[in-house]
Design a protein around this ligand. Structure first.
Ligand code: BDR
Ligand code: CA
Length: 321
């Protein structure tokens, strides 16, 4: 896997969101070549997500990064209002950030993705940490996209663990199952960082305390995290939170090397039944004797080394005004 400085240009698609905000800070702290960010409705509306993204980027010293507002509604559906009980009413823990003077570009996120893929042929990496609507719309508008993009990393799904919105469905997949299915069917290499590993990557109380005692950017992120901790403390049984989107970013950058990540078929249940949104990961190849499975293209991250929370906190503490 490439190290951060070798990863090449990155397009981030997000629904900012507290863990999305941490991801923006992490990418900046790691010196990632962030060439554009598109937003999508998920934790908050795409419009509010763009405002949050601009404000977090400005706080982290990167007001120069272009931000495009993406899809408001999932394909064939309607945005259901987000997750205020997890991320606060404004998506960033009800923290009021200084307003960035920057505004979103006039283009859609799908148009931005296509434009950036053509500006960096064979080099652009797509990191998607929200519902996959923008990626699906870009594939529809620009069928050559899979040949132009170096790779895609998504935070989404659950292979061997429960979902987080239904018994089997993870939020980013569940919020636009049609888009997720299209993105996984497209002929590009996808790395899937799902709940199997993101629920085990944690900030503990000591990480939160360190951020709250740090420089102003870290304090702002720490205050957002207080809301996230309020949601996750009863879920995890102690003061802590899961680090979904930042872990996906670390895998995309090569800063976290998965220790188990088979390349196997994966598809999304788009039916209307109780399995809607489930990611069906075909792991039969773990046993000897099954014939090679067609469609084995997706790299499913099932195990990563422990300790990412320490690395993330250290990175965020490096951010200064
Ligand atoms: C995913 O859903 C969102 O709430 C988070 O930002 C993350 O991308 C976790 O299921
Ligand atoms: Ca997200």
């Amino acid at each position: 896997m490439p190290r951060p400085h070798e990863t090449g240009p990155i397009y981030l698609d997000c629904d900012t969101g507290i863990d999305d905000a941490l991801t923006l800070g992490y990418l900046v702290a790691e010196g990632a070549d962030l060439v554009g960010v598109g937003t999508v409705s998920g934790n908050v509306s795409a419009e509010l997500g763009a405002r949050n993204t601009l404000d977090v980027l400005a706080l982290a010293g990167r007001a120069d990064v272009s931000v495009a507002v993406g899809a408001h509604d999932p394909i064939g559906g309607t945005f259901q209002g987000g997750a205020p009980s997890v991320h606060g009413a404004n998506g960033i823990g009800d923290v009021e950030l200084p307003r960035s003077p920057a505004a979103p570009t006039g283009e859609t996120a799908a148009a931005m993705l296509s434009r950036l893929a053509r500006a960096h042929p064979g080099r652009l990496h797509v990191l998607a940490v929200g519902p996959l609507t923008n990626l699906a719309l870009a594939l529809e508008a620009d069928p050559e996209l899979p040949e132009l993009v170096a790779g895609v990393t998504i935070m989404g799904g659950a292979a061997l663990v429960p979902g987080n919105v239904t018994a089997v469905a993870e939020a980013n997949i569940h919020n636009d199952v049609v888009a997720a299915a299209r993105v996984l069917e497209a002929p590009w290499p996808v790395t899937v960082v799902g709940l199997d590993v993101t629920m085990e990557a944690r900030f503990e109380q000591r990480h939160l305390d360190a951020l709250l005692a740090g420089p102003p950017v870290a304090v702002a992120l720490g205050r957002m995290l207080e809301t996230y901790f309020r949601y996750y403390t009863p879920v995890l049984g102690r003061p802590a939170c899961a680090l979904h989107d930042p872990l996906a970013a670390a895998v995309a950058l090569g800063a976290v090397e998965p220790t188990l990540a088979p390349v196997v078929p994966m598809e999304v249940d788009t039916t209307g039944g109780p399995g809607r949104g489930q990611t069906l990961v075909d792991l039969r190849s773990r046993y000897l004797g099954y014939p090679p499975l067609p469609g084995a293209r997706h790299r499913i991250v099932l195990e990563v080394p422990q300790g990412f929370g320490d690395d993330l906190a250290a990175a965020l503490l490096r951010l200064s005004d």
